[in-house]
Write a protein that binds this ligand. Sequence first.
Ligand code: SF4
Length: 301
Amino acid sequence: MAILFENFRSWGQYCAERNLPLYVPVLEYETEQKGRGETEIWEGLQRAWTVMRDAVQTGLTENMVSRSGMIDNGARKVAKAQPLLSPEFQKLISRALAAKEVNSCMGRIVAAPTAGASGILPGILVTLQEQHGLSDRAILEGLLVAAGVGLIIEQNASLAGAVGGCQAETGSAAAMGAGAIVHCVGGDVNQAFAAVAITIQCMLGLVCDPVAGLVEVPCVVRNASAAAIAYSSAQIAIAGVNPVIPVDECVHALGEVGQSMETRYKETAMGGLAATLTGQRIAKQVLIQDIDVLPDEEEVH
Ligand code: SF4
């Protein structure tokens, strides 16, 4: 019987005892839980990967302006800007922004694990594939590893900003991405779990405070920073740096911090950036816009 992804310790132990790579137990879980054959699962992953790549491409080539006006072609601007770090780093940031901007402009994305965090895995994986010349198959294995990470976080903490703050949403996606990076470049299980632990340590405490309740600001830029944190955490883990706090305890801390967070920091748009003077002004404008487009009473009946 497949493991149920209750914690990282049992996932690692299962792989060690059977000499399996990290993605195999996730594949077993998917076949058992969803009752689908392996071919079907690989095909589903390939479709998801195609949508992710398309979202990156769309965000970098089409006009991405959201209805509120808060999102205005950020990815395209970053892609053309003077590079501050390496060209690869610039691409990583612009791609994560691109896929998330597509979501904010109501385009097609993969919620991985949520729509609010939908730029992180595409940004990371498109960059990783290009950088290391990886096959699609390697990326799909990385997606399975990411799914395993997400399953454990979901069971022990949360993946939703409304439940655990932005640390749960963009933080989980970044942790999933960090695990996938290490797996895809041939790191071992301990390094993959260390990358997840370090990512959670870096994202811990981040509140959910979307301006006007729209998943635009600060959501889009947080996708870029989360992708960067995932990469830096994977780099640190691959170098053999000890995260000190084991990954399962980091997940526990994520859940504990999420539970103690006040409601105004959980997607209610009542705290943080949403509660600033500018945030409140934008919220009023958005409300007026919405009232303007409501159908007349006569049309409704
Ligand atoms: S701020 Fe809230 S809505 Fe925006 S990405 Fe983070 S968790 Fe999602």
